[in-house]
Design a binder for this molecule. Structure first.
Ligand SMILES: [Zn+2]
Length: 459
């Protein structure tokens, strides 16, 4: 079975086939850099990191775009009296630090909205020419998308325009309550630097047009996967789709949305005051455990945070690293995805069933420990290879560092092992035991397998 993904536009599982064989193009809505990341941001970034890693593991090259919305109402408000672009860059840095700590791969492109204003103007001009957008009726520089001109408006979220509420009052030169801003006229209380010269006057882009323009710039008129959090599905993604399709582009072939993070079963919200910050997480456990926990629910299910979440994840992770530590001298030269267990592959192909994949990982760790205890070298080697390939796919390799063993120590241990083997062959068991003690004094644990002696360095 090949990869199937749940397309949230058609609301069904569809076999995933890239538009260009062997190459996948993804656009994932990145953060609006208005305040430090919360758990929902981290989860979303991680879901698409795992999808990307899985596509790579299954022989695809991947171009991934994750934008940074650095101009937005909230950025300007939260910057207060500070220079807003400096503020936005500072917030962006807190996102980058968290992504790095979580071992999330850098996107291929990380465009800032402010770097693509010209592309947004071009797209807006095109929409006006095609009769799908208009300059505000009040003569301001506001430009709106004309939802009544686009019969398919609502297709992403399966809504009919006549049933949508839209804005309660038709103001700012809007013709219809559901029309949304492509450009927003400069307001006198906003900094001069937060407005650009456009054919309609001084204005700044609306949030939705940013993603349509950046996706087109990097990925062209059509691409494979559009991703983002469920909270962005409406209106953000609905509006992205309407703009791009109305401009004549195919846009995304698959729409994917990750579910939210809840806190003790409740929605995470400012008003409830139950937000969990990156700092709270760091205090709860290692970044490996945080990554493990964030990936532990299937991406379309809510992920619940409770006090024990990270502790439990750490315990699960320790079982994996404990196994790898026992088997440090089982050398796996290169990660070989061909070694992935079929059950793991099946789980990942089933709409990225990571909890299922983690269950397989733990099964193999258990089998590996059994093989170790039974001195079954061949089965043990299989298990180590499989575990290493699986944690590579899941981006968990950083949780375990191979201990650094000096060449000197390596040589010493191997020489002593040879001497011990000779003593055993000569049935001089007292000498063999004495050599064993000598080796253990070097901080090394020995394990006699059927046909060889394995050793691991305790340091
Ligand atoms: Zn977006």
């Amino acid at each position: 079975m090949a990869l199937e993904l749940f397309d949230s536009k058609t609301q069904e599982l569809r076999p995933f086939t890239p538009l260009t064989a062997g190459h996948v193009e993804m656009y994932v809505c990145g953060p609006t850099v208005q305040s430090a990341p919360h758990l929902g941001h981290l989860r979303s970034a991680l879901v698409y990191d795992i999808l990307r890693r899985w596509l790579i593991a299954t022989n695809h090259t991947v171009t991934m775009v994750r934008n940074v919305t650095d101009i937005d109402d909230k950025v300007l408000v939260n910057a207060g009296s500070r220079d807003w672009i400096e503020f936005a860059r500072e917030v962006e840095l807190t996102f980058d630090e968290a992504y790095l700590a979580l071992n999330i791969l850098e996107p291929t492109h990380k465009p800032h909205a402010t770097e693509h204003i010209a592309d947004m103007i071009e797209l807006t001009k095109k929409l006006i020419q095609l009769g799908h957008a208009y300059q505000a009726t009040d003569g301001s520089a506001n430009v709106f998308f004309d939802t009544t001109s686009w019969p398919e408006y609502g297709e992403l979220t399966n809504q009919k325009l006549e049933n949508m509420e839209g804005e309660s009052d038709v103001t700012f030169g809007r013709k219809s309550p559901n029309d949304f801003a492509l450009f927003k006229a400069h307001k006198s209380d906003e900094p001069e630097t937060a407005a650009w010269e456009t054919p309609w006057g001084k204005a700044r882009p609306g949030w939705h047009i940013e993603c349509s323009a950046m996706a087109k710039y990097f990925l062209g008129e059509s691409f494979d996967i559009h991703g983002g959090g469920l909270d962005l599905r409406f209106p953000h993604h609905e509006n992205e789709l309407a703009q791009s399709r109305a401009a004549g582009d195919q846009f995304a072939n698959f729409w994917t949305h990750n579910a939210l993070v809840t806190i003790n079963g409740n929605k995470m919200s400012k008003s409830l005051g139950n937000g969990v910050s990156v700092k709270d997480l760091e205090q709860a456990g290692s970044w490996g455990a945080i990554r493990y926990w964030l990936s532990s629910a299937q991406y379309r299910s809510n992920l619940d945070y409770s006090e024990s979440s990270i502790r439990d994840a750490q315990a699960a992770l320790d079982r994996i690293t404990g196994f790898l530590k026992r088997t440090t001298n089982v050398k796996v030269i290169e990660i070989d995805y061909a070694k992935l267990p079929q059950a793991f592959t099946d789980a990942m192909n089933a709409d990225l069933n990571v909890p299922g994949a983690l269950a397989v990982l733990h099964d193999v760790v258990r089998a590996g420990n059994t093989a170790f205890d039974a001195s079954d070298t061949e089965k043990l080697l299989d298990s180590v290879e499989q575990v290493k390939a699986m944690i590579h796919v899941l981006g968990l390799t950083f949780v375990y560092q191979e201990p650094v063993i000096s060449e000197e120590l390596q040589r010493q241990v191997e020489e002593l092992l040879t001497k011990r083997q000779e003593a055993k062959l000569a049935k001089d068991f007292a000498l063999a035991d004495q050599i064993r003690a000598e080796i253990e004094d070097l901080g090394v644990t020995l394990k006699d397998m059927k046909d060889q002696t394995m050793w691991s360095f305790n340091g």
